[in-house]
Every structure is written in structure tokens, then in C-alpha cells.
Design a protein around this ligand. Structure first.
Ligand SMILES: *Cc1c(COP(=O)(O)O)cnc(C)c1O
Length: 382
């Protein structure tokens, strides 16, 4: 259940502060200049800013093509459509993820087929994947949740063996690495530039990155009414184009991303070191082959609500990603295949996860405050 925090104590450590991030990293002036440049350019869609950003982001991902879209949700949906997912198909998704992953599948009229995470993990378990494949399975859609890459080697092996497409939801993992390779180097990888993501616009945005020129071409058609030439419509596309202002802002922010992700990693390493072994609290694991980018730093606790209230009283903001398992949310509840208890790992995570403040906006002092207050709250649990 969603935690209700009754107190209104002054916030000492905000969960999230984009103004502080833009100010302290010196990027605010570059963002302002980008907005003004586009405003005065007379060109607002499918122009040079989009082309520049798409080339820069493809290169950042160590890949060849980037097709930017109006949102992350649209990026996931269009990537699925571009690899051939259609109404009535099945797409394998993680049971524990932001509901947007599932909704992208449902928007096509396809069916999300959830697979549970592995022991002590938040991520789709490759060992449970093969058992979920049926003759209707068209694609697997793993999520690099909280910025931690999934085991792509194992998942791609199953996808290859069964002849199903691999589409990655990397909405939370810009810059992460998997066995040395960027997340984004894969065959069809969807990103979100929602303002709070590791790379965020001043509004909505998304992108699909791929090394497949034909797939990129299909995506360019899909995002633009199925058209490459005005009033020639090759397929039933939609309208989902990253606008010039957002593209210019993202191009200004992209050169800072690695530095911001390094700062996130430094904070995560301190949290994990100084919160290890506390009673009633489990810190997140990192796979030996993974370089996560810590979109969220997520603890698990069976006393989550007590912990969260104590932290709120101490002025430390926390969040829950996510408080209701997707199959139990009103959007999906009532479907026979997923009664309560059907996906016990996802249900348990919804009850136990707690996200600590995370981001390059946090000062060392703020990080120390979080550590001090989590320790005090956990030790009080006994
Ligand atoms: C943010 C997010 C999305 C959707 O992105 P939007 O830009 O908000 O549409 C999809 N999947 C995951 C895992 C996300 O975190």
C-alpha cells in the first residue's frame, strides 16, 4: 500500500531537485541558450537540433541509429511495433517494473506476460524466461530497472533460441554498462527523457536506439504518421516526434551525463558501505558484470512504512518505486490469470521497496544526513 506520511516537518534532504542539479552543474545557462536559439529559429519539429541530438545519443550508446520520440512510453511502444509485435501477440515483461512497460504492450493490443525477478533481485530472471515462451510470444521486453542492467547475455540467448525479438526498456539506464558495453548498444533499446530520468528534458521525450537501419527507417515512419514524404503514408503511424526545443536541451545536457552518473555511483557506494548489515534493511546487490547508473537507490525492508515515517520526521524524503504490483493495479486487476498471490515476488517487492534520495544534486552533507538518519531509524527497529 502507498505510504501516507502524516508529518509536515521541514525537508532537509529533498528526494529530487532539478533546479539544484541544473544550477550546480553549470548547465542552466546552456539550457537557456538552447531554448532561446530554437525559439528564434522558426523551426520546431524534425529539424537540425533533432538530427544533432540523435547522432550524439547514438554515439553515446555506442550504436548507429537513434530515432527520438515524443515520450519514453511511445519509444517502447514504437520499438515493439517496429520489430513486428501486433494485436494478439504476447510480450514477456518483468512482473516488477514501472507500469509504463506493461502499458506499451497493451497499447498495441498485445498481452504482457509477466516473469518474476530472481532471488534478491529486482530484475527479470533469465532462468524463468524460457518457461514463459508460448507459440504466441513475439518479443521479450526486459527492463534495466533503477539503472541496473539485466543479464542481456542470458536473455538474448533465450530470445535467439526461441526466435523472438529482444526489445529493451532502458528508460532508467542511460549510460549503464553490461559486460563493458553500453546499455543502448543492443538491437532495439528504448529510452525516456522524462525530466527526472538520468538524462531528462524540460518536458516529455524518448528515443529508440538500434544498429538495424531498416528498423530505424520503420521507426522514423511510425513516429511521423507513417510518412517520409508529405501526404504519402506507407503505414499507419502516429505522431510522436521529439521537438526541437527538447532535442536542443538534451544535446546540451548529454555531455554532463557521465559526470552525473559518476556522482550517483559515488553516492550509491557510500550508501551500500555505510548501511550494510543494519537490522531490518537490505541494500541492493550489484552483479559483478554490471555498471549500474543508479537511477534509484532502492532498499528493501519488511518494516518499510515505519522506516519511511521516521525518515520523513527527520526531514529525509523517500519514495516507493512502485507501491502497487502492476497485475494488482486497477488497470490490470481482475484478469483471471493474475489473482492476488499469482506473482508473489512482485507483490512482496511492492510492499518492501524504499528509494532513498539519489542524484547528482545531493551534497556530501545531504548524503551524510541520509546515512545518519537511516542508521538511526533502522537501529530503532531493533
Ligand atoms: C519512465 C519510464 C517509462 C516511460 O517513459 P515516459 O517518458 O514517462 O513516457 C517506461 N518504462 C520505464 C521503466 C520508465 O521508468
Amino acid at each position: 500500500m502507498r505510504g501516507t506520511v502524516a508529518t509536515t516537518r521541514p525537508v532537509r534532504v529533498p528526494f529530487f531537485d532539478l533546479r539544484a542539479l541544473h544550477r550546480t552543474s553549470g548547465v542552466q545557462d546552456e539550457i537557456d541558450a538552447a531554448v532561446l536559439r530554437v525559439s528564434r529559429s522558426g523551426r520546431y519539429l524534425l529539424g537540425p537540433e533533432l538530427e544533432t541530438f540523435e547522432a550524439a545519443f547514438a554515439a553515446y550508446c555506442e550504436n548507429t541509429h537513434c530515432v527520438a520520440t515524443g515520450s519514453g512510453l511511445a519509444a517502447v511502444e514504437l520499438a515493439l511495433r517496429a520489430v513486428g509485435v501486433d494485436a494478439g501477440d504476447e510480450v514477456i515483461v518483468p512482473s516488477h517494473t514501472f507500469i509504463g512497460t506493461w502499458l506499451a504492450v497493451s497499447a498495441i493490443g498485445a498481452r504482457p506476460v509477466p516473469v518474476e525477478p530472481g532471488d534478491g533481485s529486482f530484475l527479470l530472471d533469465p532462468d524463468r524466461l524460457a518457461a514463459a515462451v508460448t507459440p504466441r510470444t513475439r518479443a521479450v521486453l526486459p527492463v534495466h530497472l533503477y539503472g541496473h542492467p539485466v543479464d542481456l547475455t542470458a536473455i538474448a540467448a533465450v530470445a535467439d533460441r526461441h526466435g523472438i525479438a529482444l526489445v529493451e526498456d532502458a528508460a532508467q539506464a542511460h549510460g549503464a554498462r553490461h559486460r563493458g558495453r553500453r546499455v543502448g548498444a543492443g538491437p532495439a533499446v528504448a529510452f525516456s527523457f522524462y525530466p527526472g530520468k538520468n538524462l531528462g528534458a524540460l518536458g516529455n521525450g524518448g528515443a529508440v536506439v538500434t544498429h538495424d537501419a531498416a528498423l530505424a527507417d520503420r521507426l522514423r515512419l511510425l513516429r511521423n504518421y507513417g510518412s517520409r514524404e508529405k501526404y504519402v503514408h506507407e503505414l499507419r503511424g502516429t505522431n510522436s516526434r521529439l521537438d526541437e526545443i527538447q532535442a536542443a536541451v538534451l544535446a546540451a545536457k548529454l555531455p554532463h551525463l557521465d559526470e552525473w552518473n559518476r556522482r550517483r555511483r559515488g553516492i550509491a557506494e557510500r550508501y551500500s558501505r555505510e548501511l550494510a548489515g543494519l537490522p531490518g534493511v537490505v541494500t541492493p546487490d550489484v552483479s559483478p558484470w554490471a555498471e549500474p547508473v543508479w537511477h534509484q537507490y532502492v532498499l528493501r525492508s519488511t518494516a518499510r512504512e515505519v522506516l519511511r515515517n521516521r525518515l520523513a520526521e527527520a526531514g529525509v524524503q523517500t519514495m516507493i518505486h512502485y507501491p502497487v504490483a502492476n497485475h494488482l493495479s486497477p488497470a490490470y486487476a481482475g484478469q483471471q490469470s493474475w489473482p492476488a498471490g499469482a506473482l508473489p515476488r512482485a507483490e512482496r517487492l511492492a510492499d518492501e521497496v524504499l528509494s532513498l534520495p539519489m542524484g547528482p544534486h545531493l551534497s556530501d552533507e545531504a548524503v551524510e544526513t541520509v546515512i545518519h538518519e537511516v542508521r538511526a531509524a533502522a537501529l530503532a527497529l531493533g
